[in-house]
Ligand binder design. Structure first.
Ligand SMILES: *Cc1c(COP(=O)(O)O)cnc(C)c1O
Length: 823
């Protein structure tokens, strides 16, 4: 994104008060706390009921932000920055998102409905990601702020968008329609949620349909009411060739008619009819909501003309999307049921049932509940019902948070009420939670996730969190750079560059990657033992490993006559025919491979040989990331061309040829041959800063604070007293050290960690299992989360400071650090 601010004047109808020159921004922010705010940020000062961002402008200017969209210019910042002055900053934010969306022209799926939007979105992302570079709303960003935030994250590499739109009252959807502009509309289940803002269900459906005003395809579950609304809608919003693509359990006129539905154990099989053919689809769920959501996904796949085999294959792998009712271990022997995403009356009933079923023996039951929205009842009636429900469920203690529930405190015996989440958090120590099963249930706006993280037991553990979605994203990014038919081998050597071998291999198998590459036979064997079926090339097979290579059907890279003869000997003993091998040529790296002068002997050894088959010919580039040596790369490529062509013509073979690694893919698009070998890029690191911004961070190394202390001026910290406090200093100790892979060179104020979104520099030397940081400026305490690397610092920053490369930082993280994978 690079946007000329002056071009926005007309988009917003704004007054420009600032510099005369042209100014370009590449980052949009509405969060004053974000670490990403900087000189190239355009900050929209939204002003809401609880918070007015205009108050933070001077602070932001100090941090280097120069450009703001505001409703008024606060006195203290006049003349200190550039301002686009508008009537309403939220409206301008919407207009910006709509303007930005219009810069892109690719299919966009718009989702709305009462239930299931987020699940269908996550599932579609999973089902379609092998074929598309997808941008989708994060979590359930479906609001008047969330939708524009999702849309402005689009970049030039995306080729499919999936956005959800949620509304709580009439007239909200028209804004979101302008921003999302879907080409494919999916209407998920219309339930009773959010009824409060509408007169009746019909009005609610009509409002949701506004999202599809300009949408040529609408996918929905057929029923009389929706059909009636759609008929009226189509008259009001005529669109030539609009396709209504429906499904039904009961109505045979639906495009997809479900004849039969059978649930056994955890799987549901549906028989459906489509285009006069009938199919049996297995869905790995038994509850009807999940089945309906899966059917919505099925229709999208049918619309994209997927084969049935592909549909079945992918649908089978659908997974539960965790959005509510997670059970977690809490502090002081409590357990926590995390339902910090919703607060309608219906789901309260479900959650209370769940609380009872999860209650620990001898534990008492506690509920922390926010104001309830979207009930359809008057407040008096609603809170009477809630109080009754809580009494019926024999809840021992009730904590209410929010102005409305507080106003009805008398209805709840044994309760404590707080006006907002912050005042609860202040009082939390006095509430002495222990031995309780705690249901934490609140509307999103109350941000109960903060309460969950406060009451959750700290796992006293350093973990490397791996974001599997980011891996998919990065894979698709590099795929988008390949010509048609070019295959992709992903290097998962060294435990997937430190990120976890098997889990990543499984994901790559899902994405139909063509090949995996490992360094040693052992690595390949453990992948095969883990059930990986993709072909695996072994870069550095020792001759002692040849028997197991054959046993596990791994494919060796052969780089010398000696190695070839050793392999042939064993292969002949086993009577193998056409066993796939990969011939490595040395074109200038001078590491492994056949050189120019050994090619003749190679040819004569392979000629007429039917024991092995040359599956591929490869070479490796020495400097594909360094423009000052690009001429050398060109020489390597032309030598590769020459030697491989010779092999091919003399042996009359046409194997796969490949020479490009990650930066080769970026810098030498003409040398893709039939395959490329992707490594570091998959894990979110590019050697090219311009390309880095298209990649998503994959690994986040996290730990916690073990202890906090304040030392007086003059005291020292750590071995060798290498840090001397010049003033009173607050020190936090973190249980991660050089034995975990954190270089000692990163200590002594070279490196930092991130705590509560702020930098904390390492003071003194990094110890074997611990390090100490200066947290004088940060409000933090024992148990708080610490980021060692991830978004900040990035491994790229660390590598620069440590005069090494990101590869070394990533692969150094010791195996004693637990890897945790998430989507
Ligand atoms: C590791 C490796 C790659 C991948 O390199 P990246 O720079 O991580 O993309 C490709 N080919 C060979 C032979 C390798 O050893």
């Amino acid at each position: 994104m690079s946007i000329n601010l002056k071009s926005l004047i007309s988009v917003f109808n704004a007054d420009w008060i600032g510099s005369d020159t042209d100014i370009f921004v590449d980052h949009i922010s509405i969060d004053s706390r974000s670490l990403q705010n900087g000189a190239k940020t355009l900050f929209f000062a939204l002003s809401g009921a609880n918070n007015d961002a205009h108050l933070y402008i001077s602070e932001l200017i100090e941090k280097g932000v120069q450009n703001f969209v505001v409703q008024h210019i606060p006195e203290n910042v006049k003349g200190k920055a550039n301002f686009l002055v508008v009537r309403n900053t939220l409206k301008a934010f919407h207009e910006f998102a709509a303007y930005y969306r219009n810069l892109f022209n690719f299919p966009v799926i718009g989702l709305t409905g009462s239930n299931g939007k987020t699940i269908v979105k996550e599932w579609l992302n999973f089902l379609l990601s092998p074929d598309f570079n997808i941008i989708r709303s994060p979590k359930s960003y479906n609001s008047q702020v969330g939708v524009p935030l999702s849309v402005i994250a689009i970049n030039e590499k995306h080729n499919l968008g999936i956005f959800e739109a949620g509304i709580s009252t009439v007239k909200e959807m028209a804004n979101l329609e302008q921003i999302i502009k879907p080409n494919i509309g999916v209407l998920t289940n219309i339930g009773s949620a959010h009824d409060e803002g509408f007169q009746n269900t019909e009005q609610k459906i009509n409002e949701k349909l506004v999202l599809f005003k300009n949408t040529p395809v609408i996918i929905y579950q057929k029923n009389q009411l929706v059909d009636k609304c759609l008929t009226a809608f189509s008259v009001e919003n005529p669109l030539k060739d609009r396709k209504l693509f429906s499904w039904s359990f009961t109505d045979q006129s639906a495009a997809v008619f479900i004849l039969k539905k059978e649930t056994k154990n955890d799987t549901t099989t549906i028989q459906y009819q489509y285009n006069n053919e009938s199919f049996n689809l297995e869905i790995p769920f038994s509850d009807s909501a999940s089945v309906e959501n899966a059917i919505s996904c099925l229709l999208v796949m049918l619309h994209f003309k997927y084969d049935f085999a592909v549909i079945q294959n992918r649908v089978q792998m659908l997974y539960p999307v965790q959005m509510r009712l997670e059970v977690k271990n809490g502090i002081n022997n409590c357990s926590i049921i995390d339902d910090s995403y919703s607060s309608d009356f219906q789901s309260l009933k479900i959650a209370l049932d769940f609380l009872e079923s999860q209650k620990k023996k001898n534990a008492s039951k506690t509920i922390i509940l926010s104001d309830i929205f979207q009930s359809g009842f008057s407040n008096e009636e609603l809170y009477s019902k809630v109080a009754q429900l809580i009494a019926d469920n024999k809840i021992n203690r009730v904590i209410g948070i929010g102005p409305t529930i507080s106003a009805f405190a008398v209805k709840f015996p044994n309760s404590r009420m707080f006006l907002n989440t912050a005042s609860f958090i202040e009082a939390v120590d006095d509430l002495n939670f222990s031995n309780e099963t705690i249901l934490i249930k609140g509307a999103r706006s109350f941000q109960f996730e903060e309460i969950v993280s406060l009451l959750e037991e700290k796992t006293h553990e350093t973990v490397l969190e791996i974001n599997l979605d980011s891996i998919s994203h990065n894979l698709n990014y590099y795929k988008s750079k390949l010509a048609n038919d070019v295959k992709i081998m992903v290097m998962v050597k060294a435990f997937g560059y430190g990120n976890g071998g098997l889990e990543i291999a499984k994901l790559l198998e899902h994405h139909n990657t063509d090949y995996l590459g490992v360094a040693f036979a052992d690595e390949g064997i453990s992948l095969k033992n883990g059930g990986i079926k993709l072909p695996i090339m072994v870069l550095n097979p020792e001759s002692t490993s040849f028997p197991s290579i054959i046993q596990y059907q791994l494919e060796p890279e052969i780089y010398s006559i000696k190695g070839l003869n050793a392999f042939l000997k064993i292969a002949r003993e086993k009577n193998l025919k056409d066993y796939p091998i990969h011939i490595k040529l040395d074109t200038g790296m001078h590491r492994l491979g056949f050189e120019d002068n050994t090619i003749e002997e190679l040819i004569s050894t392979l000629r007429g040989n039917s024991t092995v088959r040359v599956q591929s010919i490869l070479s490796h580039l020495a400097t594909s990331d360094d423009p000052s040596h690009f001429e050398f790369v060109e020489e390597q490529i032309s030598l590769f061309e020459k030697l491989s062509s010779k092999l091919m013509s003399e042996l009359s073979i046409s194997p796969i040829r490949h020479i490009l690694n990650t930066s080769g893919i970026s810098n030498f698009p003409n040398a893709q041959y039939n395959m490329v070998r992707l490594g570091i890029g998959l894990y979110g690191v590019s050697n090219d800063p311009a390309e880095q911004k298209y990649l998503e961070n994959v690994g986040t190394l996290k730990s916690i604070i073990s202890q906090v202390r304040t030392i007086p001026s003059g005291d020292s910290v750590g071995y060798g007293r290498r840090f001397m406090a010049k003033k009173e200093t607050k020190i936090a100790t973190i249980p991660i050290g050089y034995a975990d892979g954190i270089s000692r060179l990163w200590g002594n104020q070279v490196g930092f960690v991130t705590i509560k979104n702020q930098k904390a520099y390492i003071v003194g030397s990094v110890c074997m299992d611990m390090l100490m940081v200066d947290v004088s400026h940060i409000e933090c305490k024992e148990g708080d989360s610490v980021i060692i690397f991830g978004e900040s610092p990035t491994v790229v920053e660390m590598a620069e400071a440590l005069k090494t490369i990101p590869y070394e930082i990533m692969t150094s993280i010791s195996q004693r650090v637990k890897r945790v994978f998430f989507r």
